[in-house]
Design a protein around this ligand. Structure first.
Ligand code: 5GP
Ligand code: ZN
Length: 113
């Protein structure tokens, strides 16, 4: 995906402040943090959104969820955190490469709709 900004981060073509990387995933700080902790976990393989996952992606998705609390704790989130996956235009997705936001601060986050 030549024009995908997150694929470029995976390829090292644009810089990112990474907090984790293995053969399947990269996690990095959001460039416009919405809270003191705000990082994104993405699969290295380009998947545009949750609409585009297949049955064969179930292990990848499971690993993605399994990683989150470990990475959150490494970032100091010991009292909780919020995860958000925006999907499609109506869901507010701006970058069309699947990503999970992990967000937290010292205090309780505002209630969402
Ligand atoms: P979305 O609305 O697609 O769920 O969120 C995309 C997120 O990616 C936004 O929070 C935005 O700040 C972040 N973002 C967009 N471009 C870049 C970038 O080049 N580097 C980093 N680190 N974050 C980005
Ligand atoms: Zn991509």
């Amino acid at each position: 995906m030549e024009e995908c900004i997150f694929c470029k981060i995976v390829q090292g073509e644009i810089p990112a402040n990474k907090v984790f990387e293995d053969q399947d995933f990269v996690a990095f700080h959001d460039i416009h943090p919405a809270a003191p902790v705000h990082f994104l976990l993405i699969p290295k393989r380009h998947i545009s959104s949750l609409y585009d996952v297949s049955e064969a992606d179930q292990p990848l998705l499971g690993k993605m969820l399994w990683l989150i609390p470990q990475l959150a704790k490494e970032q100091g989130c010991v009292n909780g955190f919020r995860t958000i996956i925006n999907t499609g235009r109506v869901g507010g997705q701006e970058v069309l490469h699947l990503h999970i936001h992990i967000i937290a601060g010292k205090d309780r986050l505002p209630t969402m709709i």
